[in-house]
Write a protein that binds this ligand. Structure first.
Ligand code: AMP
Ligand code: GLY
Length: 424
């Protein structure tokens, strides 16, 4: 079988590594891939958003199955195009990807079908949004409607900050078309849990839960990033919470999408908050999370490609999805200055040494004259599994410390909150 993976971050590297375990796979391609994926995939010089180029490549090269990992091509309809030319693909079609592509859509969906989430109002008129800010309690959360690379949610401590956020999005156009509509929502409190779930419109199979660490610095200080590390499982996702999520959130979401004629087939990411009133949805993503995937997939014992093919075919119920009972930790190594500004092109050393005890997923790397160099804000995800979370954390940091490059930045406290919450 020939499989094409669309995307080029740590998530895609983790997906590729897992798919490569299937003996039926003769050849893996990645578009555009990255310096680390080059070891297991042939890199294709096409952007993940080049819908026509990717469809033509898949046709001309006899690709049997395509995995579309990032949200942009999903929202642009890459899966629709592939299916239209007869190539099976993992990921939702455009009309289902809108669950991430439009916050206004997802909030209205939850409201219509009684799925627990933060109370909110949506606006397409700046003056009306500003008037509404006079009437609410603070803090509040202002979110732009469209995709914003994880930067579209602004927590506003007071009215002045909320005005700035609304004006920035709606009047100054800081988020382009994504900011034409905004959602202003109630500020919720409680631990956050990420749950990725396979879904085919008939069956939903949640994967092991995880916890992201979004801020750039230790103790959750500094700016929000794409994620500085993850652990799995998340101790706040107790069996009771899991049962409530299945009944109140996961199944109702699948049924809501079916009822809207937008059957979701792929991986649906539930960003949840366990509030004093129970679990609520903070956000949906129409894809695997990054860096959640880097801790979830190493714990998957079943064959990923088989699950993905079954999901795409609407036969998820027929395949086993089994996770290891141990724990995993992923520490991201970033470029100093990320997420604001940073330099690229520094040689990376110690990769082979680290790979002896951990999985080293490349996020922002490139191959330059045979040498792996830094090529992004998040450079590498160093992921380790063990019987206990404590042991997984120690293993991940031990390997992370063997890798070096100029301006290397990492958080030292990935997993500490989970240990305080009672993770074993
Ligand atoms: P989002 O882009 O919607 O995932 O939001 C990014 C982050 O902002 C989340 O992971 C939360 O930490 C925080 N956040 C979003 N919405 C809320 C909310 N209603 N209450 C509290 N925090 C929120
Ligand atoms: N880690 C959060 C995300 O993938 O959006």
């Amino acid at each position: 079988m020939k499989v094409l993976i669309v995307g080029g971050g740590g998530r895609e590297h983790a997906i590729a590594a897992k798919i490569a375990e299937n003996p039926a796979v003769e050849k893996l391609y990645a578009a555009p891939g990255n310096g680390g994926m080059a070891a297991i995939c042939e890199l294709v010089d096409l952007k993940a958003t080049d819908v026509e180029g990717l469809t033509a490549f898949a046709r001309n090269n006899g690709i049997d199955f395509v995995v579309v990992a990032p949200e942009d091509p999903l929202c642009l309809g890459l899966v629709d195009r592939l299916l239209a030319v007869g190539i099976p693909a993992f990921g939702p079609t455009k009309d289902a990807a809108v669950i991430e592509g439009s916050k206004v859509f997802s909030k209205k969906l939850m409201e219509k079908y009684g799925i627990p989430t933060a109370a909110c109002e949506t606006f397409d008129d700046c003056d009306k949004a500003l008037a509404y800010l006079e009437t609410i309690k603070y803090p509040t959360v202002v979110k732009c409607d469209g995709l914003a690379m994880g930067k579209g949610a602004i927590i506003c401590e007071d009215k002045a900050a909320a005005i700035e956020a609304v004006v920035g999005m709606m009047r100054e156009g800081g988020f382009g078309d994504a900011g034409k509509q905004v959602v202003i929502e109630e500020f919720l409190t409680g631990p956050e849990v990420s749950v990725l779930a396979f879904m085919d419109g008939k069956t939903v199979v949640p994967m092991v839960s995880s916890m992201d660490h979004k801020r750039a610095m230790d103790n959750d200080e500094g700016l929000n990033t794409g994620g500085m590390g993850t652990i799995a499982p998340n101790p706040c996702y107790t069996p009771e919470v899991a049962e409530r999520c299945m009944k109140e959130i996961f199944l109702p979401t699948m049924e809501a999408m079916n009822a809207e004629g937008r059957t979701f087939r792929g991986c649906l990411f539930f960003g949840l908050m366990v509030t004093p009133d129970g679990p609520k949805v903070i956000e949906y993503n129409c894809r695997f999370g990054d860096p959640e995937t880097e801790v979830v997939l190493p714990l998957l014992k079943s064959d990923l490609l088989t699950i993905m093919q079954a999901t795409a075919a609407g036969k998820l119920a027929d395949v086993p999805v089994v996770f290891d009972t141990g724990a995993a930790c992923c520490v991201m190594l970033a470029s100093g200055g990320y997420p604001v500004s940073y330099k690229k092109g520094y040689p990376i050393t110690g990769l082979e040494e680290a790979a002896k005890t951990a999985r080293v997923y490349h996020a922002g790397t490139a191959l330059k004259d045979g040498q792996i160099v830094t090529a992004g804000g998040r450079v590498l995800g160093v992921s380790a599994t063990a019987e206990t979370l404590e042991a997984a954390i120690a293993k991940a940091y031990d390997a992370a410390d063997k890798i070096d490059f100029t301006d290397k930045h990492l958080r030292r406290d990935i997993g500490q909150r989970a240990l305080r919450e009672g993770a074993k």
